[in-house]
Design a protein around this ligand. Structure first.
Ligand SMILES: C[S@@+](CC[C@H](N)C(=O)[O-])C[C@H]1O[C@@H](n2cnc3c(N)ncnc32)[C@H](O)[C@@H]1O
Length: 330
């Protein structure tokens, strides 16, 4: 997460993934304060083997511990399947971490408040193209509604979403952040572009209202969810998109496998890991784009646009075999 925008890591020692002996890589081990954005380059490396949908991922945590599989990591963090006590504790610890953070742009960006502009510009370019392509007349003359998930203090709503949507709902489990969002947004927008609902609830417990949203924006917060809750959230949220609507997931990417942050209780997933989960959600990856202009030391950040519908197959007029045959040049 941005939390991987979340916590800066300093690398020491060597990392060896037991499954893949050719990889001896440097792990992060010490957390430097203030926790927030993870540093790229210093990220511990892990290995992934991909065979269609079954994927073995190994990774590390922020203290340098190595995991041979993601299952091993989750077992350690949240216990065996059905262990609700451990899972509840994982979520409680995540929220507690954020409760100790200042309700400011710098706070939610882990001391990297200065990346706000680059982030918003990158998001705006991505969003505009998607709206033009996906919404009827690019959304002109329609009443558009967005949901800002894990909204923090309302940074994304205030700087971006409120300009494009008539209504924005914010979801955020940390009360002090949501209060700050309410305050920050009180003087932003207008009668026709406003923040409407402020839901103080975590994503894993939230079911959005059916058919309400054109866009569901999920940025720098999904790393707090376990894989099963990730899949379950998107499955519930699918029915809350209007026709043509889409999800935007904007998250830190681990180079390989995953990186577990023991401090804020989140996981930074790699691109193949995200794609595997999107497949499990039955979502179509409509477009993806890298965020540019972030400091070198941070994790790479990717934007994913996801839709419920799959685009219609293009029917070829000539078969591939035919077109590969020698032909007379006219
Ligand atoms: C790095 S901040 C990002 C905030 C905001 N998305 C932004 O980009 O400005 C991470 C946010 O995720 C929220 N969060 C933590 N656990 C969550 C959960 N289970 N469900 C939803 N949000 C969560 C935190 O409270 C915090 O506001």
């Amino acid at each position: 997460m941005l939390s991987s925008l979340y916590s800066p890591l300093v690398s020491t020692g060597h990392f060896h993934c037991h499954n893949h002996h050719q990889n001896h890589l440097s792990p992060p081990s010490t957390l430097a304060s203030p926790p927030c954005l993870y540093q790229r380059g210093k990220e511990t490396r892990s290995v992934i083997t991909l065979s269609s949908d079954s994927m073995e991922l190994c990774g590390v945590d922020s203290e340098g511990k190595q995991f041979d599989s993601v299952q091993e990591m989750w077992r350690e963090e949240i216990g065996e399947e059905g262990d609700e006590t451990r899972k509840t504790q994982w979520y409680r610890d995540g929220v507690s971490y954020w409760e100790g953070v200042e309700a400011s742009v710098d706070g939610v960006l882990g001391g990297y408040g200065h990346v706000n502009d680059a982030d918003i510009i990158g998001s705006e370019v991505f969003l505009k193209t998607l709206m033009e392509e996906r919404l009827v007349n690019g959304g002109a003359n329609q009443h558009l509604v967005a949901l800002d998930c894990g909204s923090g203090i309302g940074r994304i709503t205030k700087n971006l979403l409120i300009r494009y949507f008539n209504e924005v709902d914010l979801l955020e489990p940390v009360e002090q952040f949501l209060d700050a969002a309410r305050e920050n947004l009180a003087t932003t927008g207008s009668e026709t572009h406003k923040a409407t609902n402020f839901f103080c609830i975590p994503l894993q417990e939230f079911t959005p209202a059916a058919g309400r949203y054109d866009v569901i924006w999920v940025q720098w917060c999904i790393g707090h969810l376990t894989d099963d809750d990730f899949v379950s959230f998107f499955n519930r949220a699918k029915g809350c998109l209007k026709p043509g609507g889409f999800f935007v997931v904007k998250e830190n990417n681990a180079k390989r496998g995953f990186v577990l942050d023991k401090e804020d209780h989140s996981i930074t997933r790699s691109d193949p890991y995200f794609k595997q989960l999107f497949r499990r959600c039955g979502l179509h990856l409509y477009r993806t784009k890298d965020q540019k202009g972030l400091p070198e030391e941070l994790f790479a950040v990717k934007m994913y646009a996801l839709t419920v519908d799959t685009p219609p197959k293009i029917h070829r007029t000539r078969s591939k075999t035919q077109s590969n045959r020698p032909q007379i040049i006219k």
